[in-house]
Design a binder for this molecule. Structure first.
Ligand code: ARG
Length: 269
């Protein structure tokens, strides 16, 4: 069965963790009094980039800016489908200045950037499934931003309500495996949203709270390989049973900021 899963090469946008730190607390994972090992963070991040390249993916990077310690979380800076760039408007004032640097990169790369009027945090809350957008709300991205995204992108946007502060972004509770299936942690969602997910993906791979707390849902799949946190062991096994090939990459230093593999990765489609 595992031979039936076909990878599709991706183009990723990342930002080196040169200035990574936990200096403020805007989610329950962040404790500014606990130190971050920046050298270890750099090594872990480089290993992620190597893993992407080794599996045939293209990686572009934005130059990191001093004083913006969360800029490494490239996923939050925009949401791109079919070359349309839906920019971000961060919830936290500390992160708002990141947008201009990413926008500059997109403009230099030849893209127009749409500037949203409502709070929206890129691929943190907007997830492309291949046919429509799954959009999280509850902690960061607003309902109004979902409407703006649908209007700008011309793709259906399906709103999902997040209810657990540990899973404050949709990409901490759900990821897309391929054009047909997703993987998620049901308890991170409101009852109605859970029902929606069940209707859309009756055969989804479900994760436990343990998997989710290990950042197992903050994974990146190319349709065959799933770049996943090594501590999400049970989930990796379940994915292997479904024919996917888990590629463990440890970003433990980034968990201290509430981020993992997917948070560090934006996909340009
Ligand atoms: N410290 C960052 C924040 O709270 C982490 C962002 C993680 N990114 C993500 N795509 N979930 O905004």
């Amino acid at each position: 069965m595992s031979d039936s899963r076909v990878p599709r090469p991706r183009r990723f946008l990342v930002c080196e963790p040169r200035h990574f730190a936990v200096q403020y607390a805007i989610n329950p994972w962040m404790h500014p009094d606990k130190p971050v090992d920046v050298d270890l963070a750099q090594e872990q991040w480089q290993a992620l980039i190597r893993a992407y390249r080794a599996h045939g993916h293209t990686v572009d990077s934005v130059e990191p800016v001093p004083g913006l310690p969360d800029m490494v979380f490239a996923a939050n800076a925009a949401f791109v489908v079919g070359g349309r760039v839906f920019g971000s408007l961060f919830h936290a004032p500390e992160r708002r200045p990141e947008s201009v640097h990413y926008d500059t990169w997109f403009k230099a790369a030849g893209y127009d950037v749409y500037r949203p009027e409502s709070v929206t945090e890129g691929e943190g809350d907007l997830v492309w499934t291949g046919r429509y957008v799954l959009a999280g709300t509850g902690f960061r991205t607003t309902r109004e931003a979902h409407r703006e995204a649908q209007e700008f992108l011309g793709h259906p946007v399906i709103g999902l309500t997040l209810v657990d502060p540990y899973f404050y972004h949709l990409d901490t509770a759900l990821f897309v495996l391929d054009d047909d299936n997703i993987c998620y942690y049901p308890e991170a969602f409101s009852p109605g949203s859970r029902e929606v997910l069940k209707r859309l993906y009756p055969d989804a791979v479900l994760a436990t709270r343990e998997d989710a707390m290990a950042f197992g849902l903050n994974s990146v799949s190319d349709g065959r390989h799933v770049f996943i946190a090594p501590k999400a062991e049970a989930l990796a096994e379940r994915l292997a049973d479904h024919g996917y090939v888990p590629v463990p990459v440890d970003l433990s230093e980034f968990h201290k900021a509430g981020g993992g593999i997917k948070c560090c990765t934006q996909e340009i489609r």
